[in-house]
Design a protein around this ligand. Structure first.
Ligand code: KMH
Ligand code: ZN
Length: 277
């Protein structure tokens, strides 16, 4: 693993779908999110993928709530990379999804297409993707391109090649959502090879959903990619055993990386790899 860059571990601490009933340790309030971020950072995460909730647990795209959460996380973990979600919850309006970009986060998610998402439809109209991309470019916000299947990767590559998106390019392969590609290793290998064929200079990570989280993280560590874990994608430590904390999931992938001599990226190294200031 000596030739690979250090592995960036992102922790998606909250998400928009999981509930406290299913995962009692799910951080909901800014205070809980700050504590979860600190634990995740202490365990080895350097990026927080951030969704916010109202106190009753409802997913929210309210700017003030993002602001509160960002301030609390910054205080708990100075320098942590905070990547806000513009995906929000299924069914959220584009206007609301765009709102938190007014906070000028250093990084934000940018979803690359429409798909069935479990029993729902996650709508990302081409004109709205362009609006998100344009706003991020205007404000120098680095997008993380969320890719759930091959067509979305090809759409992302087109936008990069046309200059609609202007690097640094970071692809996040989100695999295992019912409606998108499954977390089978062959799918990850296919996506990585298509991305490489583009000739673009890019970094990539993988977020495996549910039971795919651990095996895909292990494969990404071996393949030179980056890793996302956390309750947004998976609430279990193993089959039938709910994880104690987001940090427990981070700590496990850190152990895996160490076992195969792949260094874990510090916050500083993460900023260099992702092209952040
Ligand atoms: N909650 C999903 C429908 C993102 O953060 O940009 C979308 C999502 C992606 O979580
Ligand atoms: Zn998300």
């Amino acid at each position: 693993m000596a030739t690979s860059k250090p592995v960036i571990i992102t922790c998606a601490i909250t998400g928009a779908e999981t509930t406290k009933e299913k995962q009692p340790a799910l951080p909901i309030t800014p205070k809980e999110q700050a504590a979860a971020s600190k634990e995740a950072a202490d365990a080895g995460a350097s990026v927080i993928h951030l969704h916010v909730r109202e106190d009753d647990g409802k997913p929210s795209q309210r700017v003030e709530r993002f602001q509160e959460a960002i301030v609390a996380i910054r205080e708990a973990v100075p320098g942590m990379v905070i990547q806000i979600s513009t995906g929000g919850a299924v069914g959220e309006t584009i206007e609301k999804r765009l709102q938190p970009l007014s906070l000028k986060p250093e990084m934000a998610s940018l979803n690359m297409g429409t798909m069935n998402f479990g029993d729902d439809v996650f709508v990302n109209h081409p004109k709205d993707i362009l609006a998100f991309a344009g706003e991020m470019k205007r404000q120098n916000i680095i997008p993380e391109l969320e890719i759930y299947e091959t067509g979305m990767l090809e759409a992302a590559i087109r936008l990069c090649s046309q200059g609609v998106l202007t690097g640094p390019y970071h692809f996040q392969f989100v695999l295992g959502v019912p409606g998108g590609m499954s977390g089978d290793l062959s799918n990850l290998l296919h996506l990585v090879s298509i991305a490489k064929l583009s000739g673009l200079d890019f970094s990539w990570g993988v977020a495996g959903v549910g039971r795919f989280q651990l095996p895909l993280a292990m494969h990404a560590i071996l393949l030179g990619g980056h890793v996302r874990v956390g309750f947004e994608d998976n609430i279990f430590y193993q089959k039938g055993v709910v994880a104690k904390s987001n940090a427990e999931l981070v700590a496990r992938v850190v152990r895996v990386a160490k076992e195969v001599n792949r260094e874990v990226a510090s916050i500083q190294a993460t900023r260099e790899i992702l092209g952040l200031k």
